[in-house]
Each structure stands twice: as structure tokens, then as C-alpha cells.
Design a protein around this ligand. Structure first.
Ligand SMILES: *Cc1c(COP(=O)(O)O)cnc(C)c1O
Length: 421
């Protein structure tokens, strides 16, 4: 039986156990300690470097999850009950759910077709319209580096500056991606990183927030550690959270940072192989850097299928209710009530997913836009059709250090075999 090929599997450097052993030897088995500090320093060194320019001076705080980083960044931007936050609609739910945790409302903005990320013109329009309709400015703007592709951060920062609204970059999928030589996560007021098991690097579960200043970092640390005041006893004047990173997890992170550049290089290599080997297949198009400003990490490699492309078995796609999680990777405990919804990928995409799954290859549709998610039915949205069209046509393919050249050759051969002659 051939090994199963996953979308993005964690890949250890071999150094992780040294740092974990050190935590045990020194009894730092708590959510703070030398590994947390060391990992934050590694992250700062990594994120602050720039091509042909002096390094930046951003601070990084290690947290228990990327979702926690989004939550605390919004909290620090003053988001509260009744506020609005602009969020890229084409994203994973962790970009928008924390808006709801805070009692605020997400306002979804659609993507532009080049990077698939937040459309700066539509962002401008949305802010204008929210001010006209509510008399108040949105409290923050959350662009997302989907699949690692950089957003048009120069244009987004220009719009944000014009209205004086802070930007929280969701670079959870874009760790190590650059725009004009500068790392994603370092442009906005805050930058979100994730080290979940399937991300560019992992701490098993974890995240971090990139902060502009040491004072901002202190503010985040305060909220991440139950908002304690410096009295000899527990004194609480604000509501805090238990969101600090564990010293054990940070040990994994330090091991991972020894191979982060190799990991990213390998993701880019896999992307190049797909581009080369799928080039001759009509109706299948890889999503690539649109220009030299964008330097994606290709966390996941993605492709779109032309609606007229015929995939074997597509007439039977969606005939059955899917049981459990696609690919078996995530914990899905709710059963689907129906085989279909009113917004889903085209039949050829689902047929290709099923064909690859049968061949031992995990593939997944693109993320379903938040403005089409039932849970956000009442949230305002500013749409242009781009994310919905991409969702109907797109598929994510395996990437990362665990995917060999032979694996890509096999995946491409299975894609070609699935196309109707
Ligand atoms: C993974 C992810 C997050 C959150 O990260 P966790 O560490 O899983 O909480 C946030 N935003 C996006 C776009 C993500 O893909």
C-alpha cells in the first residue's frame, strides 16, 4: 500500500527533542520560560530581515494559537461590543470568528483576481459605505495571505492610513512570504502567525503576534496571561485570557526554526514542479505569483479547473453525504445533513477530489468564502464575485517537505488520468 500524501504534513528537523529535553531537565514545563523566549527571538530575527535593507525592529509574542493571536490583536485595537471589523471574506474561519468572540460584527470584503486576497478598491468602498450607514468607522482591517500568497499590502495600508484604521495582517498561512522583499506580518499594526500542525512550521499547536513596539507586546502579554495587576495577590481590573505559549511547544518551534528556510524553499520547489508538469493540461491552471512584488511561500499549491473541463465520474459527484472530515485530517464531529449546499465547488472539482482521495492523495476545495457561510448570513458584505467563482473552481494540492518529486509526479499523473479524454 502506497503511503498517503497529505496536503501539508508537519516535518521535524530532528532538533526539536533537544529543546523539549532541556525544558524537562530545567523543569520549565509551564506556559513561559527559556524556549518561549528563545522561540520569540528566533521569530523576531526571521520576520525582521529585509532584502537589501536594514532589519525591522518588530517584537513577537508567542501564544497558544493563531486564533488567539487574532483575538488579542483585535482586542488591543479596541474592538468591542457593537463595533465592526473589516475581514477578507475568502479565508479560514479563524480570521473572523474572534470578531464575534468580542461581540463585534465582521464586515466581509471580497478579493481581487490576481492575489485572491482583499480587493483594496472594494475595501475603500466598504469603509465609505459603513461610515455612511453607521456613522462610525470600522475598528480594524484584516487582510489574509490565503495559501501564503501576499495581499496588496501597499494599497491596503494606503487606504487604511487614509481612514486611520489599524491593519491586523492574518499571515497565518503566509509565514515567510514577502511583499517587495518584506515579510508578511510586519506591515500592519499587528501580524498574526500560526504554528498549527498543518502550517509552514509547527509547534503542534500555537501561534504568535507580531507587534510594532515593546509596549504593544507588553499589552498583548498582559491580556494573554489573565490580565494580572502587580500586587502580591491576584488583582484584576480587566478581563484577560489564558493564551500564552507553552514552553514545551516553544521547544518544538525552536527546532522547527532551524529548518524553516529549507521548508519554504521546498514548498516553492513543489509549486514549480506542479507548474511545469501541469502546463500542458488544458483547463487546469496553477495559482502563481502575479508579479515580482509577490513572493509567496506556497504553503498550499492551488489550481483552478475550467468549468468546461470534464473529470471522470463528475455526473455522480455529490451523490452521497460526506461522512467525517475530508482527507480524515481534521476533527469533524457534526454529520452533514445534506449531500449539497447552495454554494459549493463545481462537480468537476468534487470529482477530482474524490479521484485523488481514492489514489491516496489528500486534496481539498478552496476555502468557502465567509460571506456565503450560514453562520455569517446576517453579516454585511461587499462582494464582486471573485471569491465565490474561485471557490467553485479551485482545489488545494499537497505541498511541503513531506511531498517528494516522485509524489508530485504521481499526483500529476493521477490528475491527468482523471481528466476525460
Ligand atoms: C490557521 C489559520 C489561522 C489560525 O491559526 P490556529 O493556529 O489554527 O488557531 C488564522 N487564519 C488563517 C487564515 C488560518 O489559516
Amino acid at each position: 500500500m502506497k503511503k498517503r500524501i497529505y496536503l501539508c504534513l508537519a516535518h521535524m528537523s530532528g532538533r526539536e527533542m533537544e529543546f523539549i529535553q532541556d525544558a524537562f531537565d530545567t523543569n520549565w514545563v509551564v506556559p513561559m520560560g527559556p524556549n518561549v523566549n528563545g522561540f520569540e527571538e528566533d521569530l523576531e530575527k526571521f520576520i525582521n530581515r529585509r532584502e537589501g535593507a536594514t532589519p525591522l525592529k518588530k517584537s513577537v509574542v508567542g501564544l497558544s494559537a493563531g486564533t488567539a493571536a487574532v483575538h488579542l490583536a483585535l482586542l488591543a485595537c479596541g474592538v468591542g461590543r457593537g463595533d465592526e471589523v473589516i475581514v477578507q471574506s475568502f479565508t479560514f474561519c479563524a480570521s473572523s470568528h474572534p470578531v464575534t468572540y468580542l461581540g463585534a460584527t465582521p464586515v466581509f470584503v471580497d478579493s481581487e483576481p490576481e492575489t485572491w486576497n482583499m480587493d483594496p478598491d472594494l475595501l475603500d468602498e466598504a469603509i465609505c459605505d459603513r461610515i455612511a450607514k453607521t456613522g462610525r468607522k470600522p475598528k480594524a482591517i484584516v487582510p489574509v495571505a490565503l495559501y501564503g500568497m501576499p495581499y496588496r499590502i501597499d494599497r491596503i495600508m494606503e487606504v487604511a492610513a487614509r481612514y486611520d484604521i489599524p491593519v491586523v495582517e492574518d499571515a497565518a498561512e503566509g509565514f515567510g512570504s514577502r511583499y517587495r522583499g518584506q515579510m508578511l506580518g510586519t506591515f500592519g499594526k499587528y501580524g498574526v502567525l500560526s504554528f498549527n500542525g498543518n502550517k509552514m512550521i509547527t509547534t503542534s499547536g500555537g501561534g504568535a503576534l507580531v507587534c510594532e513596539t515593546a509596549a504593544d507586546k507588553n499589552k498583548i502579554l498582559f491580556y494573554a496571561t489573565q490580565a494580572r495587576e502587580s500586587y502580591p495577590y491576584y488583582q484584576h481590573e480587566q478581563i484577560g485570557y489564558n493564551y500564552r505559549m507553552s514552553n514545551i511547544c516553544a521547544g518544538i518551534g525552536r527546532g522547527q526554526m532551524t529548518v524553516v528556510d529549507e521548508h519554504i524553499a521546498h514548498h516553492k520547489h513543489v509549486q514549480e514542479l506542479y507548474c511545469e508538469w501541469l502546463a500542458g493540461v488544458p483547463g487546469i491552471e496553477m495559482h502563481t505569483n502575479p508579479d515580482a512584488d509577490c513572493d509567496a511561500n506556497f504553503w498550499l499549491c492551488t489550481a483552478t479547473l475550467a468549468p468546461e473541463l470534464r473529470i471522470k465520474g463528475q455526473d455522480e459527484a455529490y451523490a452521497r453525504v460526506v461522512a467525517g472530515a475530508v482527507g480524515g485530517a481534521a476533527s469533524v464531529t457534526h454529520a452533514a445533513a445534506t449531500p449539497t449546499t447552495d454554494c459549493q465547488p463545481n462537480a468537476n472539482v468534487e470529482a477530482l477530489r474524490v479521484a485523488l482521495d481514492a489514489a491516496g492523495i489528500e486534496a481539498r476545495p478552496l476555502w468557502k468564502p465567509m460571506h456565503r457561510q450560514p453562520v455569517y448570513a446576517s453579516a454585511p458584505s461587499y462582494v464582486n464575485g471573485v471569491s465565490e467563482r474561485l471557490f467553485s473552481m479551485g482545489i488545494c494540492l499537497p505541498a511541503g517537505p513531506c511531498v517528494s518529486d516522485d509524489d508530485v509526479r504521481y499526483i500529476v499523473s493521477q490528475i491527468k488520468a482523471a481528466v476525460e479524454a
